[in-house]
Design a protein around this ligand. Structure first.
Ligand code: FES
Length: 137
């Protein structure tokens, strides 16, 4: 087994905890469906990972960085929204804007489980929420 590499050729990296340790996929998959786990993602960007109803990890990671002025925000499980505390923007579970002033949907990161770890890589495909080229590419 080779140790997880930081910054492989495709810009991929493993999801880490606050202390910088790789998070085993099994640890998140033991959480109930609907769990949003905040991890240190690509370039240390805080990123929400979602445990799906079928007990897998959603391939869409949601970057915790408000597209208004960059605040971080919590997930509200009661309303099923991300709610930015700075100026009141709200985002749906998939990161699309429900209420401004946020001008753009939240940035996505691709999520994949490989060798028991959670691999993240840049989302370069069309943005599934808009059907267009992602604004961050
Ligand atoms: Fe989130 Fe302004 S930074 S609403």
């Amino acid at each position: 087994l080779t140790p997880p590499q930081e910054g492989s050729a495709d810009g991929a990296g493993v999801a880490k905890d606050k202390l910088g340790h790789p998070i085993p996929a099994a640890q998140l998959l033991a959480e109930p469906p609907g769990t949003r786990a905040l991890v240190a993602g690509l370039a240390g960007e805080p990123t929400y990972l979602t445990v799906t109803e079928t007990g897998s990890l959603d391939p869409m990671g949601i970057v915790d960085n408000c597209t208004h002025l960059g605040c971080t925000f919590p997930w509200n499980p009661n309303t099923q929204e991300f709610q930015c505390p700075c100026h009141g923007s709200r985002y749906a579970a998939d990161g699309s804007v429900l209420r401004g002033p946020a001008p753009l949907p939240l940035k996505l990161t691709r999520v994949e489980v490989r060798d028991g770890l959670i691999w993240l890589s840049p989302w370069l495909d069309l943005d599934p929420r808009t059907g267009k080229q992602p604004w961050w590419v």
